[in-house]
Ligand binder design. Structure first.
Ligand SMILES: [Zn+2]
Ligand SMILES: [Zn+2]
Length: 357
């Protein structure tokens, strides 16, 4: 079968590899229909992030159709499913505790299309077929009426944005939300979209990138340039006047910037007893965090990899009810046959549709 293979930054090859086959009663084989480009994929494709080791199968946000299924896979050929990017068994103690991103049955950070993360090749989504073990647990059916192109990112980045706000809004309905976008391009936008969908009060999205700002405008929220330097000068002047908090305070804050200065601003903008989720990946070994601010304001800080499978049912349900609109984040739809060339397009979210015959 065909497999889009990452060879080196800027170079992809369509390679011929053995097609996967059912090995166990709980296995399924899925043919990708729509595949989204993860925010991390862009950085791998351009060489901004490099990993040792050779070529590997690419693509890991997939909605597809089951084409073969074991007797105990819980799915049947013809059904449309989302394939969560992380592999998990749903049976081990860690999965049962809800931590399916660190399943005991797989190497740490096991995922499709990201061999360097775990050291094991699980295949990629930009392939003719994907092998899905523990399909009875892994696969989640696409609700009736949802377009695979609209929801391709529910395999990873969409739930990543969702988790930054969903549980906190449940605990504090109507809370105010600040999202600062940046390196985690689409995840930040999904977080802003999810905040709106989940009934947050004031939602503010800040980003210096005009394309992402235009995207965020689609959610009916407040969108402004970040302009960190100006904001800091204003804050300093206000402090001088003794007006207490020097920047607007939000109950729930989300840092998708990947910029330590912006992160510092996000923390300064988190209200006392608020919660700040860092969805951006900081690639440097250490990043400055103002612990004194966190301590004195009682701010909870959360970071870590998304629990894609865990949040998937809620995300899809919200999409099916017309509340959450991941399709508003999509910047470009590209056929599989042009995926290799399009992979380094800097726009926030690419969705690849399977035109291979
Ligand atoms: Zn990803
Ligand atoms: Zn497990």
């Amino acid at each position: 079968m065909r497999q889009l293979t990452f060879v080196k930054p800027g170079t992809f090859e369509l390679r011929d590899v053995p097609a996967p086959q059912i090995k166990s009663a709980t296995d399924a084989i899925v043919k990708p229909i729509a595949v989204a480009r993860c925010d991390l994929d862009l950085y791998i494709a351009t060489g901004f992030v490099t990993y040792p080791g050779g070529a590997f199968a690419f693509g890991h946000e997939c909605v597809g159709e089951v084409v073969d299924a074991g007797d105990k896979s819980g799915v049947r050929p013809g059904e449309r499913v989302v394939v969560p990017f992380q592999l998990s068994c749903g049976r081990c103690a860690t999965c049962k505790r809800g931590h399916m991103n660190t399943c005991e049955a797989y190497p740490f950070r096991a995922a499709y299309g990201l061999k360097p993360m775990s050291g094991t090749e699980f295949g990629g989504a930009l392939s003719d077929l994907m092998y899905v073990p523990f399909a009875d647990h892994m696969l989640v059916r696409v609700p009736q009426g949802l377009d695979p192109v609209s929801i391709a990112s529910t395999a990873d980045n969409a739930p990543d944005g969702w988790r930054a706000v969903a549980d906190h809004l449940k605990a504090r309905p109507g809370a105010s939300v600040l999202v600062v976008g940046g390196a985690a391009q689409s995840v930040s936008l999904y977080a802003a979209a999810a905040a709106k969908a989940l009934g947050a009060g004031r939602v503010v999205y800040l980003d210096d990138d005009a394309v992402r700002r235009a995207t965020a405008q689609r959610f009916g929220i407040t969108v402004e340039a970040l302009q960190l330097k100006d904001r800091r000068e204003t804050a300093k002047a206000k402090r001088g006047l003794g007006r207490g908090a020097s920047t607007e305070q939000f109950d729930i804050t989300v840092d998708g910037s990947g910029d330590p200065d912006a992160l510092d601003f996000v923390i300064a903008s988190t209200a006392p007893n608020g919660v700040c989720t860092i969805i951006a990946i900081y690639f440097t070994p250490t990043t400055p965090i103002p612990l004194s601010k966190l301590y004195s304001k009682g701010i909870t800080i959360i970071t870590g990899r998304v629990e894609a499978r865990g949040h998937l049912p809620d995300v899809l349900e919200s999409c099916a009810h017309g509340h959450f609109h991941p399709e508003h984040v999509t910047s470009r739809v590209v056929p599989f046959s042009e995926a290799a060339e399009a992979m380094t397009d800097p726009s926030p979210k690419l969705i690849f549709t399977n035109d291979w015959t």
